[in-house]
Design a protein around this ligand. Structure first.
Ligand SMILES: NC(=O)c1ccc[n+]([C@@H]2O[C@H](COP(=O)([O-])OP(=O)(O)OC[C@H]3O[C@@H](n4cnc5c(N)ncnc54)[C@H](OP(=O)(O)O)[C@@H]3O)[C@@H](O)[C@H]2O)c1
Length: 287
């Protein structure tokens, strides 16, 4: 894919910044929208224009898709930062973008949900994300829904726990998944822009159990292997308690991680970046 006009929303985030890097590398013309343009890491006058826009405010998006062929959105709440709900951001902000895309007859809209989101609509995050997926599918715009496994950036939680000397897991720790590096995922997404793929589930090259990941994190920090297994009913009580005593803004991200990590989530593998290398690199920031 080369020299296509692409609007990228989410370019200041983990995945978005790798997408921006790869899109520019492949010489696409990119408009990156950001609420804080100073946060956009890449600069390239030949291929990149950064526009200030607030995806939650439709006024700031007016005509943003004029002349655009493809919209890619990685906009979503991963860790709660600004008091908005998943419905405000993962659903409504993406709807604001989609409305502009439809108006300007954009050819293709790429949206990043997450692995098995369609089977977990009871979770607050997926209630919003999958509502957007439904709207995108019926919008008339050609679409690709990306369903990635956990990102390496989110696997840093294990390093943080390991840094305290112990990793705490619910259940046996044998639940397996294949997390993916942001750059591998970005390359897969950009490669896919030429194809008519409607929906794809994708993970990294290594299938690892939670025990494996804990050991990698402890080893990267040169700590002895100490993994504490807590009974799974405590996980369920934690989710239940948080749902009762806190707002969706608090419990949403926690129920998402605690639910997906309680089951195997193995996606078709892609890429060549390994979590062990990522941990060895990141561990330097912990010492
Ligand atoms: N992390 C994972 O393990 C994982 C796994 C599967 C799928 N996903 C999904 O993949 C997508 C990208 O994830 P990521 O890790 O790259 O997320 P991220 O680093 O948190 O980046 C999210 C992007 O959305 C923007 N955003 C969030 N709230 C906003 C708001 N209220 N107004 C305007 N912009 C807002 C952020 O802008 P600012 O920089 O201005 O905040 C940022 O550009 C998300 O939809 C996520 O749910 C994540």
């Amino acid at each position: 894919m080369k020299n296509t006009n692409i609007l990228l929303a989410g370019s200041t985030g983990y995945l978005g910044s790798y997408l921006l890097k790869v899109l520019i590398e492949k010489q696409n013309q990119v408009i990156a929208i950001a609420r804080n343009p100073n946060k956009v890491e890449h600069r390239n006058e030949d291929y990149l224009e950064v526009k200030q826009a607030e995806v939650t405010n439709p006024e700031t998006l007016r005509d943003i898709c004029k002349g655009i062929n493809i919209v890619i959105s990685t906009v979503g709440i991963t860790r709660q930062k600004d008091g908005l709900t998943y419905m405000d951001v993962d659903y409504q902000a993406n709807m604001n973008l989609l409305k502009e895309a439809v108006k300007s007859e954009v050819q293709h809209f790429v949206y990043v949900s997450a692995i098995n989101g369609n089977f977990h609509r009871n979770l607050k995050i997926f209630e919003a994300k999958e509502k957007f997926v439904d709207a995108l599918k019926s919008s008339g715009v050609a679409y690709t829904i990306i369903r990635p496994n956990g990102f390496f950036s989110d696997m840093k939680d294990f390093l943080r726990m390991a840094n305290s000397g112990r990793v705490y897991l619910f259940g046996s720790g044998n639940q397996k998944f294949n997390p993916i590096h942001g750059e591998d995922l970005a390359r897969a997404i950009v490669d896919m822009l030429d194809e008519n793929t409607n929906e794809i589930t994708i993970g990294g090259p290594d299938v690892l159990s939670l025990n494996d990941i804990s050991k990698l994190a402890l080893s990267a920090l040169n700590k002895p292997i100490k993994i504490v297994h807590m009974p799974d009913f405590l996980r369920r009580i934690t989710i239940w308690g948080l749902r009762i005593f806190t707002s969706a803004k608090t419990y949403g991200p926690i129920e998402f991680f605690l639910t997906l990590m309680a089951e195997d989530n193995i996606a078709p593998p892609f890429g060549n970046r390994h979590l062990s290398d990522y941990y060895n690199q990141e561990a330097k920031n912990f010492i």
